[in-house]
Structure formats: C-alpha cells, structure tokens
Design a protein around this ligand. Structure first.
Ligand SMILES: [Zn+2]
Length: 146
C-alpha cells in the first residue's frame, strides 16, 4: 500500500486559541495505563502532531476525507482570525496547504499570533497514522475509523 494514496485517509481538524504559549507539561498526553491511554481533554496544542488524535473526539472541529475540505476549513480559520500583517498572507498560506496536501497528504499545522495578541494553533491532522517519527505507537483514530 502506498502511504500517500492509502484507502480511508482522512483529516481531523483542530483549532486552539490562547494568550500565551502553553507549558510543555500541558502539551503531553497522559501516559497509557495497561496499554490504553486515558481520555485527554486538554485543549492545548500537543508537542507531537499525532497527539491531537489522543484528545477526546469532542475537540475535533471537522473531519473530512477530501483535501479540498481541509483547505476550505483552514481558510475559514484564517478568515475568522487573521495573522499579523507581517506574517505570511492568508492566500500564500492556503496555496502552500493546497500544494502540500495535493502532493504529500499529511498534516498542515499553523501556529500564529493575531493582531489582538492571541496565539492561534490550527491543525489538519491526517488519520489513520501510518507514519511515526517516534518509537511510540500513534494514537488510533479518535472516531474509530479505519
Ligand atoms: Zn480518524
């Protein structure tokens, strides 16, 4: 099976907003106990992208199997809360996301400051995980999809 064209590939989209960068301790999921990870309700962006999937499914803003759907959702986040004027433009960010998902359907993760001094984290996280940069097994699909 080809990693980039695997059946069932979909994205879970997450957004978070805060006034400062969260502490790293808040950004780690609870350790698995007896092989199962306790439900993680913390809203803050995890240190590892795959750990978004370890959060409660309530945290998911959108699930889509269509890269265009993920890009549309990303665009809505930027429209609702644009970045600083000195930051990449929304159009450029979305062009990058579109090109990236078309050729390398993986994750799109943005963290940026808004003019209102808010830190935003916006993530379209690919699922199920077949690629793992660490030795830890990735979390399963939070919605139980395969
Ligand atoms: Zn999933």
């Amino acid at each position: 099976m080809d990693h980039w064209h695997r059946p069932g590939l979909h994205w879970h989209c997450y957004a978070w907003v805060g006034s400062k960068r969260p502490e790293d301790t808040e950004r780690r999921p609870p350790e698995p106990q007896n092989g199962r990870r306790p439900v993680w309700n913390s809203p803050v962006p995890p240190l590892e992208v795959m750990h978004w999937l370890a959060k409660s499914a309530d945290r998911i803003s959108l699930t889509t199997g269509d890269p265009a759907g993920a890009v549309e959702w990303l665009g809505k986040q930027l429209a609702d809360a644009p970045g600083l004027e000195t930051d990449l433009s929304a159009g450029l960010r979305l062009d990058h996301a579109r090109a990236f998902l078309a050729t390398y359907p993986h994750d799109v993760v943005w963290t940026y400051w808004t003019p209102g001094q808010q830190l935003r984290s916006v993530a379209a996280v690919s699922c199920p995980r077949t690629h793992n940069p660490t030795s830890e097994p990735p979390p399963p699909c939070p919605l139980g999809r395969r």
